[in-house]
Design a protein around this ligand. Structure first.
Ligand SMILES: [Zn+2]
Ligand SMILES: [Zn+2]
Length: 276
């Protein structure tokens, strides 16, 4: 059973003209799962022919703004582009319900306008939030999804997700430093999607607010070491801080390869990796 990973957004909180915010699409035969909903996510999904109505679930790794900026867009677009009441399932760490409740409150005027204007629209956006800590998540459909704790303190809790179907498996780690629970979640996975920052570059930038980010992200080397310990086949790097310099992809690959002997993927938005 094929699992396709699409890097929808490979950017970070720093706006970039050609990199959308953090988000990854996991597609199996018949199901699409959106992991995080960063800046521009629905534009990138449109590029691969997937709309908000086709999502089986949205899964949030943590509640940092860059990973959820466009969640409101996913909620609204799902609502106005479906003609039957189709609840959107949003899975995330403890705290997700609170965030979604307030997003819906901020959308209150828009919801009232559309309900007043469209006679055939007779329900508010239907959202079902499932807060998870670790372990298998009970969902309909054949894809088995397991959550595992990551370490992005002081962002707490934060989680990664493992998708399994027909003997194939993909893990999306989100933002994290190496930790035992991430190693366990990744064990034997065919692919690991891991966010990274170039600590060798950022450490030399004399700006404390950037330096602060060093202690709760992984470098390409650390992501590589995690993949190596867990026996992962393919490591997919994303969430590039700073953005990859033109022609500089090999630097990121080379750094990860100092710790990891498998396949390493680095790419632009819409880069895909297929596991089969
Ligand atoms: Zn984060
Ligand atoms: Zn992030």
């Amino acid at each position: 059973m094929t699992i396709t990973v699409t890097l929808l957004g490979t950017g970070s909180p720093i706006p970039a003209p050609d990199r959308a915010g953090p988000s990854t699409l996991i597609s199996t035969e018949g199901e699409h799962f959106l992991v995080d909903a960063g800046r521009g996510v629905l534009m990138r999904m449109a590029a691969v022919g997937v709309g908000a109505p086709q999502l089986s679930a949205v899964l949030l790794t943590h509640l940092h703004s860059d990973h959820i900026t466009d969640l409101n867009d996913v909620i609204t677009t799902r609502w106005v582009m479906t003609f039957e009441p189709t609840p959107l399932t949003i899975i995330g760490p403890v705290g997700t319900q609170h965030v979604v409740d307030h997003l819906l409150a901020s959308l209150g005027p828009d919801i009232a306008y559309r309900l007043a204007h469209h006679d055939d629209l007779n329900h508010e956006p239907m959202v079902r939030v499932i807060e998870v800590e670790s372990g298998e998540i009970a969902l309909p459909g054949p894809t088995v999804i397991t959550a595992g704790q990551t370490d992005h303190k002081p962002v707490e809790p934060s989680i990664g997700y493992r998708f399994e179907l027909g003997g194939n498996s993909v893990v999306v780690a989100g933002d994290t430093v190496p930790c035992d629970s991430l190693d366990a979640l990744c064990t034997g996975a065919d692919a690991l999607v891991h966010t990274v920052i170039r600590k060798d570059i950022i450490a030399n930038v004399p700006m404390q607010r950037l330096l602060d980010t060093l202690d709760y992200h992984s470098s390409p080397q650390e992501a590589g070491a995690t993949a190596q310990r867990a026996g992962v086949t393919t490591l997919v790097l994303t969430h590039y801080v700073p953005a990859i310099a033109p022609g500089g992809e090999h630097e990121w690959v080379d750094l990860a390869a100092t710790e990891f002997g498998g396949q390493i993927e680095v790419g632009d938005d819409l880069h895909t990796v297929t596991v089969e």
